[in-house]
Design a protein around this ligand. Sequence first.
Ligand SMILES: O=C(O)CCC(=O)C(=O)O
Ligand SMILES: [Fe+2]
Length: 333
Amino acid sequence: MVQSAVVHDDFVIPTAKAILDGFQTAGFIYLQNIPMSPAERQHIFETSAKYFRLPMTEKLKHSMLSVHSNKGYSAKGQEKLGEESPDIKETLHFGRENDPQYENIWPEESGELVSFKEDILRFYGFCSGLADKLMRAIALGLGIEEGYFNRFMTFGDHKLRLLHYPEVSKEVFKMNNSQVRAGAHTDYGAITLLFQDCRGGLQVKTPSGEFLDAAPIENAVIVNAGDLLARWSNDVFKSTVHRVVEPPISQGGDSYPARYSIAFFANPNEKAYIDAIPGTFVTESDKKYKGTTSGEYYIERLRATCLRTSVENQPINLEPSVGFHSGFRNDPL
Ligand SMILES: O=C(O)CCC(=O)C(=O)O
Ligand SMILES: [Fe+2]
């Protein structure tokens, strides 16, 4: 059910076809042969792991300041993506550098974290370039002008999210069968590029309602359409529900090892006005959604997640962590 596409220099046409098929059926595709070497990929995963190894007191200094900024550190239990128990993960978010409204929060560059900022920005640039190419391919696939989407994404209010799912006792899942590593959700933005390590546990919901494993494929990146693209395309594309559960293959022992992933949520510029793409409607009354700016839509969706987290937050049965101070450093919701 999952399509796969291969990136070539002249990748646009065949990729466009595969992406289009993938987004209209499974909503998820594997993209292979991306212009990133295995060593570069390993390096960014190591960079992420180095950050998460910092003492909690350090990481909390980088806590997200507000729901609007959506930049910074979020500790285990602070987010609840689905209806299940709070997620067992910690994350660190970055947006575009030089955003006049909200600055990125950078950890101090010492010890293991020397060159952290440079590495993250390079990776952000790589993802942003790849997303631009993919949006071109999607436009061609839809039969509209190749640069259509790129005009809305001249800088792009993207989000880069490092994720760490800590090692967790198998008992945690046995004791609570609604426990997941990340709850079932759809992504908010245009497209997501997802890099996962080899641990497994990512699942994608099929149209018939069952969850299927989206097993790791070495050096591939998963691409999925987010809610904004679904809305933008008048639901021609699907934004598919996915989640992260315990790994399908248990390697013995009492616990599941840590899992790392990196998600790049590619978005239009915050102020870009998003209305149904030409060709996805005939008359105005065919439009399923009213126009909105990308930024307003994003905030609306973020608030829903944050409210769910703060209203229903319950303790996770894990050894003590920083606790469940839902919400953010500054903003009351
Ligand atoms: O960790 C993963 O594989 C999925 C993460 C995800 O879906 C998200 O952050 O939106
Ligand atoms: Fe997601």
